[in-house]
Design a protein around this ligand. Sequence first.
Ligand SMILES: Nc1ncnc2c1ncn2[C@@H]1O[C@H](COP(=O)(O)OP(=O)(O)OP(=O)(O)O)[C@@H](O)[C@H]1O
Ligand SMILES: [Mg+2]
Length: 243
Amino acid sequence: MTILISVGGLSKTFTLHTQGGAEIAVFDDISLEVRAGECVCLHGPSGAGKSTLLRSLYANYKPDAGHVVVQHGGDSIDLVSAEPWEVVEVRRRTIGYVSQFLRVIPRVATTDIVTEPAIAIGIPADEAHAKAKALLARLNIPKRLWSLAPATFSGGEQQRVNIARGFMVNYPVLLLDEPTASLDAANRQSVVELINEAKARGAAIVGIFHDEEVRDAVADRLFKVGQSVRKSQRNMTAAEPVA
Ligand SMILES: Nc1ncnc2c1ncn2[C@@H]1O[C@H](COP(=O)(O)OP(=O)(O)OP(=O)(O)O)[C@@H](O)[C@H]1O
Ligand SMILES: [Mg+2]
């Protein structure tokens, strides 16, 4: 199967300029390839760098070294060195990202938030609205909420609006940061079905799933994040007898 996203030598250290320049080394020399139709689950303890890696794949964070090459409309684009306009285009058409929390402009209706990514790539409004309604219904968002802004929605309702928005466009690549964290069993099942449908149409998915049942239902393989520390420790140990 085609490799849709290819990561190599990726390293990220945060420098906290407002806190005496403290440095937090998150990961080092990560390599990962994700193929069409495959779901890779990032795992590792809290603080290991899973969300940081996912955000780096979406070009939200700029890594210090390495590449994130994505297949975008027949071209290979390295998001680490891409121009801002290229990143915008890749996000519009190729990579969808469901963050853990919904961040939206106040006073915009749920249906408009959900349809927006489809309208942005030229899908006719009636088609986009039909799809949005179908997704909101599958995710059990009560109809009476569809015309309201989600600011006052419950955590789980907001997360489901976020998921509906993320699945509006049939993106070739999907990044999911704990999409089921605040959902009940029935809604988790709806999300599992959406993910498996996306895989079946050939999407390459990178996700973080705390829920073991969800992980077992969608993941083809696990990718451990946070190996960098252990790796450097291993290197130190290996180097000792030589030194
Ligand atoms: N914007 C940032 N600025 C500085 N440090 C950050 C930033 N984002 C994350 N970090 C640090 O990077 C490390 C990894 O954080 P990250 O959120 O990627 O972990 P995670 O594996 O997703 O954890 P969790 O399972 O708790 O969500 C943490 O030590 C965190 O403090
Ligand atoms: Mg996280």
